[in-house]
Design a protein around this ligand. Structure first.
Ligand code: G6P
Length: 610
């Protein structure tokens, strides 16, 4: 996590740094800071504070910084040390000449710190980052570049760094291993940033720094080296994408806006990916023969994307007859998965920067697997690591709790499952065509659900006082239950658990009494009767039941306290529909409780540490 932006050039650094930082706030927002070199003296000067970047902007109004054309800045998601001014970056050394911003974790920082403390270094923060500044100071008898190089070779873990030094006011040094960092090339100016959109309105010419590379930047020079010191000729990319609109457009929150964007996202996806009854998966880079050749798939993802992957398992196994394993990325790496030449790895990630997912992909790649990904952010690290990419093109998702990216991932999984099933001849042409027809109806069914936003919000508001929620679903709506619970806990901080309804009797039923609310996904399906039995079991124990049911199911009203209806569709597609009321329930409960739904506490949109 954490966002880094650095600048060296001919313009005033501060506005560039703050503007870039705002675009990186999705990576963490518990504190932020900026450091520049005051060129008159020269000396380093910093401003940092706890909380969001708007706090830093306020601070700068009263405690401004002198003009400077070089600086680094940072928005933090705490790993080592509480969110506070002292722990905010940049961090400095004892001489007060060196400034460091860092994203990632220095795993051996304790042992390095002990040695440095023995040598007399004084530490101010609890961060792992501060050791970097002191280590560079230790090596300062060498030139700046060599001192940073020597330091980096002593660090273990994953990191991206930006470093400046007041004795070298024309130089910015950057390095990365594991955590992302890019270099933006301008005219008489150069940038470093955690991702491309942070600098895209300044330059579209970028170098994607590779793992184990270090760069020296001056206003009219960029030199790249390996950590071992070997000079490297970097590849310069011209970014061809633009960053879409990031305004609330009259909605109270980005999350609500993004919920309402879902009909459009799917309409656009289907119009570009479905021609007649043919599915077009440009970007997949796999021939039909290759698609026929795989005998197992492994899906890796985190958070909401993992839940999309779980739905994917149900539909790919059902439609295409391929066995699918789904792992949270952080577990996949460490469980010795059995990967053969016939294994296809599918990574799902909105940001394409999630450290665990990237690590899982690298692990699978090293074992010779073919990697495809479903990703939203163009040009992301995951996209670059994958053999083929299916972009969801859902547009920028700003709300930390994923909504439109989730349903776009689901929609893409349906398209992939349909493609696989046709190539492998697992379902008839007629069945496939019917399903495609139903799929294309989903955006208009979304419109119908969204017309009920107010009544769904009323249900959320009326139940916002419950201290614990259980979400139950069966079959392919079991992952929907997991996602519903995740959405609620992410933004309202209410403990919420998702469970397979059939598993309820093996534990969660102990929770149920009149003080618990249970959201039951009871849409028409093969398992409807079984779900109704579970509802009866909850009723007998006086649990408060909110059901999500299919229009026309009047009888369910007698069994539950509240019903939210979704339109009727092919049962296989119901996860796409139930997602919306689940998002709206979470949103309305969280807003009723006064929570910051777009930037919930402790979370970040892109999780770039393992
Ligand atoms: C974070 C976000 C979640 C997201 C997860 C995976 O935890 O808060 O909303 O689902 O990361 O992110 P990715 O970008 O890989 O989909």
């Amino acid at each position: 996590m954490c966002g880094i932006i650095g600048y060296v050039g001919h313009q005033q650094a501060l506005p560039i740094l703050i503007e870039g930082l705002k675009k990186l706030e999705y990576r963490g927002y518990d504190s932020s800071g900026v450091g520049i070199i005051c060129l008159d003296e020269p000396k380093i000067m910093i401003r940092k504070c706890e909380g969001k970047i708007c706090n830093l902007q306020e601070l700068l109004k009263t405690h401004g910084l002198p003009e400077s054309t070089i600086g680094i800045s940072h928005t933090r998601w705490a790993t080592h040390g509480v969110p506070s001014r002292v722990n905010a970056h940049p961090h400095s050394d004892c001489s007060g000449k060196i400034l460091v911003v860092h994203n990632g974790i220095i795993e051996n920082y304790q042992e390095l710190k002990s040695v440095l403390v023995k040598k007399g270094h004084k530490f101010l923060s609890q961060t792992d980052t501060e050791v970097i500044a002191h280590l560079i100071e230790e090596h300062s008898e060498k030139d700046f570049l060599t001192a940073v190089q020597k330091t980096i070779r002593q660090l273990r873990g994953a990191f991206a760094l930006g470093v400046i030094h007041s004795d070298h006011p024309e130089t910015l040094i950057a390095a990365r291993i594991g955590s992302p960092l890019i270099i933006g090339l301008g005219k008489n100016e150069n940038f470093i940033a955690s991702d491309v959109p942070a600098i895209l309105d300044r330059t579209a010419k970028v170098i994607y720094l590779k793992d184990g590379e270090l760069a020296l930047l001056r206003k009219n020079l960029v030199q790249v080296y390996t950590f071992a010191g070997k000079s490297v000729r970097p590849k310069i990319d011209q970014v061809s994408f633009t960053v879409g609109s990031v305004h609330k457009e009259g909605f109270a929150h980005f999350m609500l806006k993004e919920i309402h964007e879902q009909p459009n996202v799917l309409t656009q996806m289907f119009s570009s990916r479905i021609k007649g009854f043919q599915i077009h998966l440009e970007g997949l880079q796999l021939t039909d023969a290759e698609l026929k050749g795989f005998d197992q798939m492994m899906i890796v993802a985190c958070g909401t994307a993992y839940h999309a992957g779980l739905v994917g398992k149900y539909i790919i196994e059902k439609l295409a007859g391929i066995s699918v394993a789904v792992d949270v990325s952080s577990e996949f790496r460490y469980r010795s998965p059995i990967i053969t030449p016939k294994t296809l790895i599918l990574a799902i990630s909105q940001s394409g920067e999630t450290a665990d997912t990237l690590a899982a992909v690298k692990e699978a790649k090293a074992k010779g697997a073919k990697i495809i990904s479903i990703c939203n952010v163009l040009g992301s690290s995951l996209a670059r690591e994958s053999d083929g990419v299916l972009y969801t093109h859902a547009g920028p998702e700003i709300g930390v709790a994923s909504t439109k990216a989730y349903t776009a991932q689901l929609a893409m999984l349906y398209l992939l499952a349909l493609k696989l099933s046709r190539v492998r001849k697992k379902i008839s042409r007629k069945t496939s065509q019917e399903l495609i027809k139903d799929l294309k109806e989903i955006p208009s069914l979304y419109q119908r659900i969204l017309k009920h936003t107010q009544s769904i919000s009323r249900i959320g508001h009326d139940n916002a006082h419950f201290g614990c929620f259980l979400f139950l679903g069966r079959n392919l709506n079991f992952p929907s239950a997991l996602e519903g619970a995740l959405k609620l806990k992410e933004i309202s901080y209410i403990p919420a658990e998702g469970y397979a309804a059939g598993e309820m009797k093996h534990g969660p039923i102990a929770l149920i009494d009149e003080y618990r609310a249970v959201v039951c996904i009871a849409v028409q399906s093969d398992t409807y009767e079984k779900m109704i039995s579970n509802i009866e079991e909850i009723r007998s124990r006086r649990g408060k039941i909110i059901a999500i049911a299919t229009e026309g199911d009047d009888s369910i009203k007698e069994r539950v306290h509240e019903v939210i209806y979704i339109p009727s569709t092919n049962p296989l597609l119901t996860p796409l529909l139930v997602a919306l009321p689940l998002q709206l329930i979470a949103y309305s409960i969280a807003t009723k409780r006064g929570c910051d739904v777009d930037q919930p506490r402790n979370l970040a949109k892109s999780v770039t540490v393992e």
